[in-house]
Design a protein around this ligand. Structure first.
Ligand SMILES: Nc1nc2c(ncn2[C@@H]2O[C@H](COP(=O)(O)OP(=O)(O)OP(=O)(O)O)[C@@H](O)[C@H]2O)c(=O)[nH]1
Ligand SMILES: [Mg+2]
Ligand SMILES: [Zn+2]
Length: 286
């Protein structure tokens, strides 16, 4: 199910869409139909459909409210607005914690000087994250996005104003989502996206346009687990002297060794420490 308007649902099947209403039985069972749900339906009179059953969900996001999501596309821009990498890392942790694959998209590369793209994406590429560098306005890098979106359900995340809606409009020309202006005063965007809908992109791909996230809260993760969401730290953790090493002050820590020889990005590590401290504080409150 790709779109919900009050009690009318749009279901997509083999590339065709059908307007469906839920059977009263579903409502009586308190069974909600959510965007992203796989459903069993029958065709009724007047070319409408009836949703008979909602199939088991693989996952369910609350922001945006979409189910069965495969991938989070974390969008950032180097300028207008200049990305907060702490926000980017929070979003990555949140997405990985939800069990999603992630794709980083550096948008607005038309505003960047040569070499800046690598400065933004380099540490993430080194950590093993797939990435695209795009300009939604010039069309640069859109083939990279098309390839990454095919065959799966994706959600966009990222600060307001980074160009999520503009990117979607560029990827799906038939679409015309509302896009916002970046405030000249703050260099930040305003949240202009309100509804949630899955739109077809690339062969077999579906994408939700999400409200941009200004700030996401402290991840609900145990301190010793946090490192597992930093792929470049997780790859070294098995070699640390202590199991459950937090890679902070412990002796025999492979992460500290790698930092000392410049084999790890300091910024990523610092943001790990920042989130570790937050996670510890939240944890102590229990
Ligand atoms: N120069 C440049 N501007 C862009 C690019 N992509 C988007 N913009 C502009 O950035 C502004 C914000 O874009 P939106 O697509 O509304 O941003 P958003 O991420 O959807 O923002 P929210 O819906 O508020 O979360 C608009 O003025 C766009 O025209 C790009 O690649 N290059
Ligand atoms: Mg938007
Ligand atoms: Zn360690």
């Amino acid at each position: 199910m790709i779109r919900a308007e009050s009690n009318l649902y749009t279901v997509m099947d083999a590339g065709e869409t059908l307007r469906c209403r839920p059977r009263g039985r579903l409502r009586r069972l308190g069974q909600k139909v959510l965007v992203g749900d796989e459903v069993r339906f029958t065709v009724t009179a007047h070319g409408e459909g009836a949703i008979e059953e909602v199939l088991p969900r693989r996952n369910q996001l609350t922001r945006p409210p979409v189910t069965n999501v495969d991938q989070a596309v974390v969008v950032l821009s180097g300028r207008e607005p200049e990305a907060s990498l702490l926000t980017v890392d929070r979003l990555l942790v949140q997405a990985l914690h939800e069990g999603l694959e992630v794709l980083l998209c550096l948008n607005k590369i038309d505003l960047l000087a040569r070499g800046e793209e690598e400065r933004w994406l380099g540490p993430y590429r080194a950590a093993g994250f797939p990435s695209c560098a795009t300009s939604a306005t010039t069309g640069a890098g859109l083939e990279c996005m098309q390839a990454a979106l095919r065959g799966r359900v994706s959600v966009f995340a990222g600060e307001s104003g980074v160009g999520k809606s503009t990117l979607l409009n560029a990827l799906v020309p038939a679409l015309s989502l509302r896009t916002g202006r970046v405030s000249p005063k703050t260099g930040r965007g305003r949240h202009t996206t309100r509804h949630v809908e899955l739109v077809p992109v690339a062969p077999d791909g579906l994408v939700a346009d999400t409200p941009g996230l200004h700030a996401v809260g402290t991840p609900d993760i145990a301190p010793a687990e946090l490192g597992s969401f930093w792929p470049e730290l997780a790859a070294l953790a098995a070699g640390c002297r202590f199991r459950g090493c937090l890679h902070r002050e412990e002796p025999g820590c492979r992460v500290k060794e790698a930092l000392a020889v410049g084999a790890l990005d300091r910024g990523r590590y610092q943001r790990y420490l920042t989130l570790l401290q937050e996670v510890e504080q939240a944890y102590r409150r229990y």
